[in-house]
Write a new protein. Structure first.
Lengths: 452, 293
């Protein structure tokens, strides 16, 4: 009897201890190290603060790291398996290199159904965004965080000017409108170039950036993708593989060493004549040229729009600058995913945080406050968002749905540098035989892909 | 007693040796080791021994070859010009009677500007549309120059920026040499009827020779390693016009490939070239000194 009462008391004591300790263990303070590219950092910090308010036992430290450093740092960490970061933003082009070291979020959610936010709604993401900012092959290495493609920004005030519209119609027999194709773009560009049309309000029709940097690589895709994805292009090259991108055929061979690749370059060359110093200009120079009223059109990224507020020539921006889909209809994509280190010691907390940061509320907040591009349909159809930025409804959605892509394979940086070198030499006129130069480049690409 | 002091000395030096070994010797030996391996961070996997494969690949790599070309152009053009201008300004300043201190500070200013700031400033000066340089040239009827889009002008641009930034260093060293030169030697030469040129040629230049040699070696090493202003201004373009060898190593190792093995081999080659050229220069200078004796 006494033994029984001892045992019962002992069991009660253990139970009480467990009941006391278990919640305390669950509330153990946890620190998440979050690495972020600087352009995402402010939005991610605010989301982290909101998350910490709801989860006081979790501390999140967001470290902004420049792209150049962030990528090798992620690579070094996942190769060494040190777990220096728990969560990181990753550029869509790095997917193939980092996939091995990232946590498969779909699989993790299936293994931990209690951690899955019932309102997360993965089907709400634009399908292209879901893949390029979240998938590598079949592995779900992140959730879409920062949607970005290129757009054609144009001088809305000039395109709506009645006398200019009449003059354009008289000359070209059609209405003046943002060009839908690169052929149309050439006509509009000439119309707005003073040397071609002395009545033009701008010196140049367009301002282009073709420097010897990664800029030239993605710019080329804006011209090549419409040809690659045309009916004929699909017949010839096959469907686009979202991991290998538009520069490859469906069977993963270079596609640009073709008449389509040459034509894309010829169209670029033709437009260069009506742009100020395209080979010497990058993002900053073209941004300034458009902002100071030197050109009527500019292909560029979303962030430029907010930056022009400070330029009197194009302010107020809402009245003077219009946004259209890039001519040809297949703008090149940029953007970032948000993923978890496979060797993180705090995967559960990290999983809850990445769901929170990429939720519908997070997606809306980051656009409205920080102009970090949304990736969810619900946000792109939100009345408040559309009242603030009407162009998101059609132009942005269409651009992201039809975005063209750079390769996301591990060899991408090397392929990119070789291509930029060759394209730069072609556009400078140092390699007049474009077809031969592209053939030579394709052979170099094949060698790299073969591991030679 | 001797043994005791010897042990104490070793204990005192040991931390320094360990720091040096871990920060300098180990990374260097690791670089040598990696240069014989195929190791690409982007692809993962373990380093694979490939013997001289990385070194042989350099001879077939057109970008590596063109980066050697541009580095050679830099050395051949920028180095003598910097020496000439630096020396010229030093001699001019020696004869400056008024405002010497103010002017000296002004001349030294470019050297003190961080390369990042200098790069941004020069990129703005070179701007095709709004750059002051093109505006200034337009006053003489010269139409806008594409400083960053034309290969020849881009190369010229990099040389101009290097001259602007590092001629003051040459000036600084040689000017301090001239300042500390014994006045009686010059005066004695003048009393003997030597012309100004003769004073420079036979009195001042021989005394300054060791300083000139030192500056020459420092600038040679710096030019062979030139990276920052290229990174800030041209990114090696247009085409491969302004790829220096150091910039190319950075691209292979960090910017475009994380190809640790190949970048290590390129770095070893640069190191060998620098050591060889510096030794050669030192021997030439020593030989000249001996001949003059």
């Amino acid at each position: 009897m006494r033994l029984k009462s001892y045992l019962l008391s002992g069991a009660m004591a253990i139970l009480m201890l467990v009941l006391l300790v278990a919640p305390a263990a669950a509330q153990q303070p946890v620190k998440l190290n979050v690495w972020s590219s600087p352009d995402n950092a402010d939005a991610l910090t605010e989301l982290a603060n909101l998350f910490m308010e709801k989860n006081p036992n979790i501390t999140i430290e967001v470290s902004p790291i420049s792209w150049e450093v962030l990528y090798p740092q992620i690579l070094a960490d996942i190769r060494a398996k040190t777990g220096a970061f728990d969560v990181t933003t990753w550029d869509l082009m790095t997917a193939g290199s980092i996939a091995e070291g990232m946590l498969d979020l779909t699989k993790f959610g299936e293994e931990h159904p209690d951690l899955v936010d019932p309102n997360f709604d993965a089907k709400d993401f634009i399908p292209t965004a879901w893949h390029v900012y979240g998938m590598w092959g079949d592995k779900n290495i992140g959730y879409p965080f920062y949607g970005a493609t290129m757009f054609l920004f144009y001088r809305k005030d000039y395109f709506e000017d009645e006398s200019l519209k009449a003059a354009f119609k008289e000359k070209y027999g059609r209405e003046l409108a943002p060009p839908a194709t690169w052929e149309e773009a050439l006509e509009v560009t000439k119309f707005f170039t003073k040397s071609e049309n002395p009545a033009s309000p701008t010196e140049y029709g367009i301002t282009l950036m073709f420097p010897r940097t990664h800029t030239l690589f993605y710019m080329y895709i804006n011209w090549f993708a419409p040809l690659r994805r045309s009916e004929e292009g699909i017949k010839k090259f096959g469907e686009v593989d979202l991991d290998w991108g538009d520069l490859f055929t469906a069977d993963r061979k270079p596609a640009f060493n073709s008449p389509e690749g040459v034509k894309a370059l010829e169209m670029m060359e033709e437009l260069m004549k009506y742009s100020p110093d395209p080979l010497g200009s990058d993002y900053g120079e073209t941004f300034e040229a458009f902002g100071k009223g030197l050109a009527a059109m500019i292909p560029s990224w979303t962030a430029t729009l907010a930056g022009w507020q400070d330029f009197p020539e194009v302010s107020p921006v809402k009245e003077k600058v219009g946004v259209a889909v890039i001519p040809g209809g297949y703008p090149v994509s940029g953007g970032w995913g948000l993923g978890i280190n496979a060797v993180s010691k705090h995967k559960e907390e990290a999983f809850r945080f990445v769901q929170f940061a990429t939720s519908k509320e997070g997606d809306k907040l980051q656009w409205m406050k920080y102009r970090v591009g949304p990736t969810r349909y619900s946000v792109l159809q939100d009345p408040e968002v559309l009242a603030d930025s009407p162009w998101l409804g059609e132009v942005y959605t269409k651009s992201l749905e039809n975005a063209s892509h750079r390769p996301r394979i591990p060899e991408e940086p090397k392929l990119e540098d070789l291509m930029v070198g060759t394209l730069s030499e072609i556009l400078m006129g140092q390699k007049p035989d474009k077809a031969a130069a592209l053939e030579e480049l394709a052979a170099e690409w094949e060698k790299i892909l073969a591991g030679e | 007693m001797y043994l005791h002091s010897r042990v104490s000395a070793i204990i005192l030096i040991l931390p320094l040796v360990l720091v040096l070994a871990s920060l300098t010797i180990y990374p260097f030996l690791n670089m040598v080791y990696m240069s014989f391996h195929n190791y690409d961070l982007a692809k993962g996997g373990d380093p694979k021994f490939i013997g001289l494969g990385n070194y042989l690949a350099i001879f077939k790599d057109r970008l590596a070859i063109s980066s050697v070309e541009f580095t050679a152009i830099l050395v051949v053009i920028a180095l003598p010009l910097e020496m000439l201008f630096g020396m010229g300004i030093a001699w001019l300043f020696r004869n400056l009677i008024v405002g010497e201190r103010f002017m000296r500070s002004l001349v030294l200013l470019p050297m003190m500007v961080p390369a990042v700031v200098a790069g941004i400033a020069w990129k703005m000066l070179f701007n095709y549309n709004f750059g002051p340089l093109n505006y200034f040239l337009s006053l003489f009827g010269i139409s806008n120059i594409s400083w960053l889009g034309d290969p020849n002008f881009a190369r010229l641009g990099i040389i101009i920026v290097d001259l602007w930034q590092w001629t003051p260093f040459v000036f600084l060293v040689l000017y301090s040499g001239l300042q500390s030169m014994p006045a009686e030697l010059v005066e004695a030469a003048r009393v003997d009827g030597a012309s100004s040129w003769a004073v420079i040629r036979y009195v001042e230049l021989p005394i300054l020779a060791p300083l000139i040699g030192t500056v020459l070696i420092i600038r040679l090493i710096d030019l062979l390693k030139l990276f920052d202003i290229i990174y800030m201004i041209t990114w090696g373009g247009p085409g491969s016009a302004t790829h220096s060898f150091s910039y190319y190593i950075y691209k292979v190792g960090l910017s475009y490939g994380w190809d640790v093995g190949y970048a290590s081999a390129l770095s070893i080659v640069l190191l060998i070239v620098v050591v060889f050229l510096v030794n050669l220069l030192m021997r030439v200078l020593r030989l000249r000194a001996l001949l003059e004796l």
